[in-house]
Design a binder for this molecule. Structure first.
Ligand code: F6P
Length: 545
């Protein structure tokens, strides 16, 4: 048994769950009209309704005790102060510094990191303005109409998600994203683009990532084939990276490189130079509003009491579901089409951070950690996977996210969108009993009693997050909320949320397989399935006869 599962706070929660597991949300709401106002909290323009989770005041008190036992507050301070909390990589975790106000200072290893942060932001501002106004032009003197961000993981999902979320505000060049090494992604993106008016951003913290380097090299060839002059690379490529030697080797001039630092994790990097595509799409001022919204959430996370602290509440309730209720999946359901890539972004944020099985002392954990996170925007999801959410045998806690105001002048649409959002969370929570279904007297095929099919168990937990309007500032706060939620969970689970060793093995194994696909023998000891599939693929590639 680990120290955590043997601890007083953990065992108290486990017994509490055992006693109360059968209590239904219907019961919890009945006779408690104050449940909604009591189990709601707000900050930074976001309202969190967490009343429809199978929790009581006692559950919350026990969860808070667990957070305190695990030193969540001290761990939070250590992060903000720049302690090397990413202990396996010996790094500080300072993405919050990227969105701190101009007056802030943060000393790391005897050196204030903030002047460097501000200098890069100032360069991003100047560069974005020059591209957006057409002052900065391509090799042949034409203004840039299209920007292609080449990156993957955190160097893609964050900026892509934000550019999509803020598309309503986009008033700059068209921004495209290429991530997959599958040539279809690059080829389809470049189709129809004019090399003379296309700017490439090579976004890679390490500047060694296979997919990004392969796509960047092909993009470079595409450009040179059309413009026929090696010098064109200097005016059509910029790099966002911590690896300045590699960006220079690629041929990108120092003044076209926007640096960031090893204390910015890839999945936490959209606030850094990695956000350049955002600033190009919507303007630097809106990028700054995004940062300001995230900073407001940082302050809330740091200053609000745990009991009213949104990331703490969401983190602890999520942990309750995973570690005590056995719900290993989590759906994020934005009722906002602009947030259609938000679940994909959160998949990396949450699963790469908390998909861990070794604790901070190197011991295997004996409790469930990060859930499988997934989701799609409503109302589309309702016509696809909601059947399972309502009547399947797996309980999937969900986050519903909606904005009070739409951004377009079609109020009927927005009313229906919101009504569906509220109806779904209501149906999940309260369901429909067999008796209620029978009372409906619905008719099915002759001799078939439909009531069992038309009843809903309910008691399926959800949070609802309401924003007034999807602005850059609110989006910043929303993203930071989820970042800190992940932090809180890792702090309690005693795992390092900031490394990602689990991505390494597959990367390493791909190298000899890539060579084998060109005819080099596979290393001795390669398993029979891999060898068989390589042989099959090569035979198909050789074609008939
Ligand atoms: O393979 C995972 C990962 O290391 C992510 O953590 C990271 O966001 C992504 O690859 C891309 O890395 P880079 O920005 O160095 O190209």
């Amino acid at each position: 048994m680990s120290a955590l599962t043997a601890s007083a706070a953990w065992t108290a929660l486990a017994s509490h769950r055992a006693i109360h597991a059968s209590r239904h949300l219907r019961e919890l709401f009945q006779g408690d009209p104050a449940r909604f106002p009591r189990l709601c909290a707000s900050a930074c323009g976001l309202l969190l309704d967490y009343s429809r989770n199978a929790i009581t005041d006692e559950t919350l008190a026990l969860l808070m005790a667990l957070a305190r036992q695990q030193g969540v507050e001290a761990q939070r301070e250590a992060m903000f102060a720049g302690a090397p909390i990413n202990h396996t990589e010996g790094r500080a975790v300072l993405h919050c510094a990227l969105r701190a106000p101009a007056s802030a200072s943060l000393v790391l290893d005897g050196h204030d990191v903030m002047p460097g942060v501000r200098a890069v932001l100032a360069r991003m501002e100047a560069f974005s303005a020059a591209v957006r106004t057409g002052r900065l032009r391509g090799h042949r003197g034409a203004a840039f109409t299209d920007v292609v961000n080449i990156g993957i993981g955190g160097s893609d999902l964050g900026p892509l998600m934000v550019v999509e979320a803020l598309r309503h505000y986009a008033d700059g060049p068209r921004v495209h994203f290429v991530s997959n090494v599958d040539d279809a992604h690059l080829a389809q993106t470049l189709r129809g683009l004019d090399p003379a008016t296309t700017l490439f951003i090579v976004a890679s913290k390490t500047f060694t990532t296979l997919e990004t380097m392969t796509n960047a090299a092909s993009a470079r060839r595409w450009l040179l084939q059309a413009l026929g002059d090696e010098a064109a690379v200097a005016s059509h490529f910029v790099a966002l990276s911590t690896n300045l030697a590699a960006t220079a080797a690629f041929g990108i001039a120092a003044e076209r490189v926007f640096a960031f630092w090893d204390w910015v994790g890839g999945r936490y990097s959209l606030w850094s130079a990695i956000g350049l595509s955002i600033s190009l799409a919507v303007g630097f001022e809106r990028f700054e509003q995004l940062l300001a919204g995230a900073h407001a959430m940082d302050r809330h996370f740091r200053e609000a009491p745990l009991e009213r602290n949104l990331p703490v509440l969401m983190g602890l309730i999520g942990l309750w579901h995973v570690s005590f209720c056995g719900y290993h999946s989590h759906a994020v359901l934005p009722y906002d089409q602009y947030l259609h890539r938000f679940p994909a972004f959160l998949q990396q944020l949450d699963m790469e951070s908390n998909g861990k099985r070794t604790d901070r002392h190197g011991n295997p954990v004996d409790y469930a950690t990060g859930p499988v996170l997934w989701g799609e925007p409503g109302t589309n999801g309702q016509h696809a996977f909601f059947q399972l959410l309502h009547q399947g045998t797996t309980v999937v806690p969900a986050d519903f996210i909606a904005c009070a105001q739409g951004l377009h002048g079609l109020p009927d649409h927005h009313r229906l969108l919101l009504a569906n959002c509220l109806a779904q969370s209501r149906a999940l929570a309260f369901g429909k009993t067999l008796e209620e279904a029978r009372a409906e007297a619905a008719r099915g095929a002759p001799g078939v009693d439909l009531a069992p099919y038309r009843s809903f168990p309910g008691n399926r937990p959800s949070n609802t997050l309401i924003l007034d309007r999807l602005t850059p500032e609110r989006l910043g706060a929303l993203v930071a909320l989820y970042e800190h939620k992940v932090f809180v969970q890792a702090a309690v689970w005693n795992i390092n949320a900031f490394d990602q060793w689990g991505v390494e093995l597959g990367k390493a194994l791909a190298t000899p397989i890539a060579a084998a696909l060109e005819g080099t023998p596979l290393p001795p000891g390669t398993d029979a399935a891999t060898a068989g599939l390589v042989a099959h693929l090569r035979a198909l590639q050789a074609g008939p006869g």
